[in-house]
Design a protein around this ligand. Structure first.
Ligand code: SF4
Length: 335
């Protein structure tokens, strides 16, 4: 496999009035060229903040631990140590929007309301692909057509507010792709869309990713979406990855009680009358992390005297699979 990005021991702390909090603790993951990694978890699990760290988009109150290593293989073959980049570094400008594209739940976060869609795409193309004039405009129109926007020659001159929500989402994908990124980070890009448009956008992203040979990190709270789009999945809870592995295997045989809970909360077409079982309770704040296993306050399988004593370590459970739960430590010890 051709590793494009590897993240090791990512820990992020924030200064707050109540003292420091660490919403991400020792997270490691990687993405290979042309593959999709899904990161799934509830809001507050640390998934979005982890990917913002990759783009060095964290606020000034945030800091990375000295053990954090984030390595990216750039198009020119150089390895970029992302954690060492300073805000004014050229390498960081090349990374943002050029090597790594980002799309969000809310397209208005990507677009300025005062410039036409085309102007914004042309600026990106000029900056990251070195094309200007007619060639840049032609490429903008081509990208809008690629994401399924009809009459792209006319739409390219429209402003974001002149488009419907679904169309704006497509235009945002076109904007991110117009720089020719090797990696696209998609943060809940379909969450605000209705179900039909959501399915269309997911199909589109899967096709584009395959056609362009791009890698993708897809962040969502919905394991059902991950099942449709990701090759590998990392399940996050309270700032740690609790289970990881090839998506099909994790969904067919979830090992962590939290992954099982997320799966039971997905409506299935063959059991529409069945009651959904949301994971009980709420995710605690990082400032009130429980002792022992972070999931123990909501875990139906928690073992008193074991799960409240020590945080479980990650245990490898086969090719590319790992889980962080004492039940699997115990199973391994007994084997
Ligand atoms: Fe549940 Fe214990 Fe496993 Fe944590 S370590 S997920 S509390 S069984």
């Amino acid at each position: 496999m051709d590793r494009l990005l590897s993240v090791e021991n990512l820990s992020i702390s924030f200064r707050t009035d109540e003292g420091p909090i660490t919403p991400v603790q020792g997270v490691s993951f990687g993405v290979d060229r042309g593959r999709t990694l899904g990161i799934v978890g509830e809001s507050g699990s640390g998934k979005s903040v982890s990917t913002k760290a990759l783009m060095r988009l964290l606020p000034g109150s945030a800091s990375l631990s000295p053990e954090t290593r984030m390595r990216y293989r750039a198009k020119n073959g150089e390895t970029v140590a992302i954690e060492t980049l300073k805000p004014r570094d050229r390498a960081l400008r090349r990374l943002r929007g050029g090597e790594i594209g980002m799309i969000f739940q809310e397209p208005m976060a990507s677009f300025s309301p005062v410039y036409s869609i085309g102007n914004q795409m042309i600026e990106t193309i000029r900056l990251h692909r070195g094309l200007g004039g007619r060639a840049a405009r032609d490429l903008a129109v081509e990208m809008l057509a690629k994401v399924g926007i009809s009459s792209p020659e006319t739409r390219v001159d429209q402003y974001p507010h002149e488009m419907s929500g679904g169309m704006r989402q497509r235009a945002m994908i076109a904007l991110a792709l117009s720089a020719g990124p090797a990696l696209l980070i998609a943060d809940e890009p379909t969450t605000a869309l209705d179900v039909t448009i959501q399915a269309q956008v997911l199909d589109l992203m899967r096709d584009l990713q395959r056609d362009l040979g791009m890698a993708m990190i897809f962040i969502t709270h919905d394991l059902g979406v991950i099942a449709q789009i990701a090759d590998e999945v990392a399940v996050m809870y309270l700032g740690t990855i609790v289970e990881r592995g090839p998506t099909r295997e994790v969904i067919r045989r979830p090992l962590h009680p939290y992954t099982r809970g997320l799966l039971e909360a997905i409506p299935a077409i063959d059991r529409l009358d069945a009651r959904l079982k949301p994971v009980p309770g709420d995710i605690p704040s990082p400032s009130q992390r429980p002792s022992g296993c972070p999931f123990r306050t909501r875990c139906p399988e928690a073992v008193p005297g074991l799960c409240d004593r020590a945080a479980p370590r990650e245990t490898a459970v086969g090719e590319g699979r790992a889980v962080r739960c004492h039940l699997h430590d115990a199973a391994r010890a007994a084997a």
